[in-house]
Ligand binder design. Structure first.
Ligand code: AN7
Length: 360
């Protein structure tokens, strides 16, 4: 491997190197990495108390990946394999995070990246990332589902690799997050709570847990719990949603590509997939930031909203370990904060005015 620091430096080198034996990597695969993965699992004191019954709540902070979301775990593999297979162009449809990640890894690999985004419907941080990394960004006058249909059709006809989660290497890379959770806890948690959009990530986590159990790394499996946004909850409602709506733009998806495998994860684990309202998402978003010190984007807060919804119904038995996945960083969508929290109050540049405002 070129340009890696000497082994003695102990630098972490990304999910492919760390979990190589569980991944479809050969000696010929050129490894494209931005040192993704190895994200912290943070004990959440306030949330643990809120759930009660001596339950322990942990947050897997995926916003600390190189491009600020979990997508990097799958992208390192998808791009490395695309290079191995001789592609020099990739394409994705995206609600934002996939495009940011694809653009960054394509830049690192020196290949062309084309992204199709629903016009006017992705958060400004994500759009900025895709643009600065040099992707060709096309704003489709339609929603994510329309964009994905186009990406599938085009990549089926032209020598461009699709890097949405329909690309099996995306799922392979993303399963590394369940390995990390097990390595840190010493077992699988009792419950895992996460947002569900196109349903690739719940598919990947479940695959990871099952493989770790087959390999003898763990003896238990978690119940898989997914949350969709109320206005974009096709899996909960049992039919595609033609015009999905939610302020959690990352999961504004009406016809998930991995629908069937999401149902399998739910049913094989005896878990559930439910929904939360935008109001519940915003409440959880603020609570996470103000009580746990963690800024996650609204889609990620859906897992916290879901955790609290289930806790209210006494869903969790006492003493259980619960891991919530915080899929993306809050800075991805700064406009949501401005729309949610009062703007700073203006004061005159004098001590008197400041003291008056702060009550001293
Ligand atoms: C922060 O970027 O679909 O259920 O195109 O960005 O695996 O789709 C993003 C999805 C959750 C849902 N949280 O994951 C895209 C895209 C965040 C996300 C999801 C997404 P999946």
């Amino acid at each position: 491997m070129k340009h890696q620091p000497p082994a003695t430096s102990h630098q972490y080198n990304g999910v492919i190197e760390r979990y190589r034996k569980y991944l479809p990597i050969t000696e010929k695969t050129p490894i494209i990495t931005l040192k993704e993965g190895n994200t912290p699992l943070i004990y959440a004191e306030f949330l643990s108390k809120s759930v009660g019954g001596n339950c322990e709540v942990y947050l897997k902070y995926e916003g600390l990946n190189p491009t600020g979301s979990f997508k990097d775990r799958g992208m390192t593999l998808a791009i490395s394999k695309a290079l191995e297979e001789g592609f020099n162009a990739i394409m994705c449809a995206s609600t934002g995070n996939t495009s940011a990640s694809a653009a960054a890894y394509a830049a690192k690999a020196g290949i062309k990246c084309i992204v199709l985004i629903p016009a006017g419907a992705i958060a400004s941080g994500k759009l900025s990332q895709a643009l600065i990394h040099g992707a060709q960004v096309l704003a489709v006058e339609g929603n994510f589902d329309d964009s994905l249909k186009l990406a599938i059709e085009i990549t089926g006809k032209y020598p461009i690799r699709l890097v949405n989660s329909l690309n099996p290497f995306r799922i392979e890379g993303q399963k590394s997050a369940s390995f990390e959770i097990c390595d840190l806890l010493g077992s699988a948690p009792d419950f895992q709570v996460m947002p569900v959009g196109n349903a690739g990530n719940i598919t990947a986590y479940w695959k990871g847990y099952k493989e770790y159990k087959e390999e003898g790394e763990i003896n238990n499996l978690p119940k898989m719990i997914g949350f969709q946004a109320e206005g974009a909850a096709p899996i909960v409602k049992g039919h595609p949603i033609e015009n999905p709506q939610t302020l959690a733009t990352a999961i504004r998806i009406g016809n998930p590509a991995s629908w069937k495998t999401a149902l399998a994860a739910r049913d094989e684990s005896a878990g559930l997939i439910d929904m939360v309202s935008d109001d519940e998402i915003i409440e959880a978003y603020k609570l996470l930031a103000s009580k746990e010190g963690i800024f996650a984007e609204p889609a990620s807060a859906a897992s916290i909203a879901g955790l609290l919804k289930l806790a209210k119904k006494n869903y969790f038995e006492p003493g259980k370990k619960i891991v919530c996945i915080l899929t993306g960083h809050g800075l991805k969508d700064p406009d949501r904060v401005i729309a949610t929290i009062n703007k700073p109050k203006k004061v005159k540049p004098e001590i008197k005015s400041v003291l008056k405002e702060i009550g001293y």
